[in-house]
Ligand binder design. Sequence first.
Ligand code: BGC
Length: 508
Amino acid sequence: MGRSAVAIAAGCAVVACVASAMMVGRRARRWRGWSRVVRVLEEFEESCATPVGRLRQVVDAMVVEMHAGLASEGGSKLKMLLTYVDTLPTGNEEGIYYALDLGGTNFRVLRVKLGGQPSAVIGCEIDEQPIPEQLMTSTSEELFDYIAATLKDFVDRENETSEPSRGGGRELGFTFSFPVKQTSLSSGTLIRWTKRFSIEDMVGRDVSQSLQQEMSLKGLNMRVSALINDTVGTLALGRYHDEDTVAAVIIGTGTNACYLERADAIIKCQGLFSNSGGMVVNMEWGNFWSSHLPRTKFDVDLDADSQNPNDQGFEKMISGMYLGDIVRRVMLQMSQESDVFGPASSKLHEPFILRTPLMAAMHEDDSPDLREVARILRDILEIPDVPLNVRKLVVKVCDVVTCRAARLVAAGIVGILKKIGRDGSGGITSAKMKPLRQDRIKRTVVAIEGGLYTNYTMFREYLNEAMEQILGEDITPHVIIKITEDGSGIGAALLAASRASSSAVGAL
Ligand code: BGC
C-alpha cells in the first residue's frame, strides 16, 4: 500500500470507529449530552476541512503575500526577511567550526569538523539541554549569560588535541530562530519573540552583539561570523548534501520556511548587493494569514489567550507548540456540554498541559483498546475510566487537528514552489494542466526538519498525500521532501565556514 493510501486508510478507519462509537453512544443514552458531543466534533471537523480546492486557494494566497512582502517593508504579514546569505556551502568547506542553536525546546552547542572533501562532516560533537523555562521570560542579560556560560563549559571540556578553525580564532555560527532584521550576515536585531519566549528588553537589540559581549566577559575568544535562522541552517545543510535543494521548512515547536530568491525579485531592496544574483529569504511564514485558512472558534480563543495575539496565525494552526492545546480546547468544550469524560477535570482548563507529543501518541495508539489514550487521559488530564468509544472520539479530534496542520504545510510548500516556478504550473496551480515534458521538469528538493515531520508518521503521511493532491502525478515525482536532521546546528557551522573561506562559496 502506498504512503497516501495508508494515510487515507488510517483516516477512514478512525472515522468508521468514531461513527460506530457514535451509534453505540446514541443507543446507550448512558451519558448526558452524547449527541451534543457528536455535534461539537462534527462542527469542528467541518470548520477544519481542507479539500484540495481550498488548499489551492491557500497556495495562491501564499504566493500573493510573498510578492507583497518582497515589494515593500510591512507590505504583508509575511516579513520576507533578507538573510544576507547569498552563497551556500559547496561541500569543499574545511576546518573546525562552532555553532549555537537557540529557538526550540532545547539549546545546543556544536563543534563540527569539516573534511574539505565533497560534503564530508567528519566529526560532530553536540551538547544539548532543555532551556530552563524561567530563562524564556527573564532578561536578555540572564539569557545570554546562560548561553555564553554553556558555550564556555563546552569549549573548556575540549580535547587538548583539538585544532582551531582556519585562521587561529574560533568561528561561530549562531542559529537564533526568531524573526530578526538582519543588518549583515553576522548581525541583526530581534523584531519580536515567538513560541514560549518573551524577554521584552531584547526586542530591537542586536543579537550577535549581546552574545559577543557575554562571550568577552567570560574570556571566550570567539567571533559570531554568521547569525542565521534555523530554516537557513537547514537549507545550508540540505544544499551541502544535494545541490537541487531550493527551500527549507521547519515544523517543530514553531514553523517557518526559507528559500532562494533572485535578488532582482526582492523589490524592497533595489540595488541589493549579491555575489551570486540571489539571496536566501527567511519568510517567517508562521505569521502568514489568509481568509482561506480554515479557522475555528478554538483557534480564535487560543490566539486571544496567547502571549502574541494576532501574530503567528499560521504557526498556531500548524506547529508543535499549539496542536496539543487545540485538542485540549475541543475536549474542554465536549466536557462542558456533556459528561462523557465523567466529573469535570480541572486539568482540562490548564493551557498547554496536553503537549503535542502526547497528542501524537494518542493519535497513533494502535492497541485494540486504545491503552495509551486511556493512560494519557488518566495520568495527564486526570480523567480516569474513559470508555472505549469516548477514547475513539479523542483520537478523532487528534486526527482532525493533525490532518489540517499537515495539509496546510503542504499548501505552504507548494506556494514557495509556485513562486519560484518549480510547481510545474507555469503560473497556475492545477493538477489538471497539460502534462509537461518529463525531461523538462527540474528536480526540486525541499529540506525539512522538526519533530512533527520526522517523528509523527500520521503528520508526514497527511503532508505527503496533500502535496501529491495539489501538485498532481506529473510533478510529484520531481519534488523531494528530504529530512535534513541537525540542519539548524550543522548548517550554522557550514555558513560560518563559508564566510571564513572565500574559496568555499558557491553560486546560488
Ligand atoms: C520563528 C522562526 C523559526 C520557527 C521555527 C518561529 O516561531 O518565528 O524564526 O524559524 O519558529 O523554529
